[in-house]
Design a binder for this molecule. Sequence first.
Ligand code: ATP
Length: 315
Amino acid sequence: MTDTRAIAADDVGPGCRKRDPILIARNVTRTYGGINAVDVKHVEIPRNKITALIGPNGAGKTTLFNLLTGFDTPQSGDWQFEGRDLAGVSAYKVARMGMVRTFQLTKVMGKLTVIENMRLGASSQPGESLWRAFLPPLWRGREREITDQADVLLAKFKLDTKRSDYAASLSGGQRKLLEMARALMVRPKLVMLDEPMAGVNPALTQSLLDHIKNLKAEGMTVLFVEHDMHMVRHIADWVIVMAEGKVVAEGPPSEVMKDQAVIDAYLGAHHDVDLGDSEGFDKLEAELEHDAESSVGTGPDGVAGRRIDERKDQA
Ligand SMILES: Nc1ncnc2c1ncn2[C@@H]1O[C@H](COP(=O)(O)OP(=O)(O)OP(=O)(O)O)[C@@H](O)[C@H]1O
């Protein structure tokens, strides 16, 4: 059933409190030379919603992703994921705690096969524990589990036919799918996608959109950076806008696109972005309505291979 309760806990605006935040960040700053790449006083990401992080080039979106996921270190600030402090926690551990991210330029390993890439994404590898290494039945069992989970995901992302191909042979869009599928190997709670649609051909765009919507349908939270405003309007429940390192606006997509601070932020750097036009958006809606590929609501096994009854137990 769709959750129609308000996302914000108080007045909607930059830095507003959420009814049920999964991630809370305070006073996070990062400077490069004299530039304030990120200067975020307070931001909260709502649980089990799709939040778009938008803003003109150089606004600090990717830097904020890097800081929150342990790929970069801020000058100041603290942030909690599911109530646990993450400042100083390595990227590897952040992912194992259930917060994963993908990159603007995909980081799949070209010289490994698709299935090998998937296996690398698993939360614990058989070789990681010394005593397990001395007990072959234990690590063989875990290896089988990892491979089975990877195969389920590859089938869902329609990459199963590419299983033994080198990742380098995939198209840009397929690499994005592989990176997303690999991120799901840790059965995350929060999935952060940096420009998931960039460089993806129109045939795969619909499939990617569906996968993002499926993540939410299966109980996950999504935070994504995107420049395509029609995509944002189509799938986001909430939009956070950054400019010059700060959060300058946030709210539901239809409201945010009308916000003067957002229009001003974009007019400086992004003349080509059409924030108000709904024609393209309506066309996209119509196309997706007839999208036979849509897999929202598929069977008891979700995209992440976690059974729906299992997720209900955790709720
Ligand atoms: N490694 C770095 N060294 C120096 N400056 C950097 C570095 N990374 C980011 N910056 C600067 O920090 C600011 C924020 O950059 P960032 O890439 O986070 O913006 P963005 O909103 O993700 O932009 P885009 O939409 O173009 O990806 C920019 O002024 C950028 O030049």
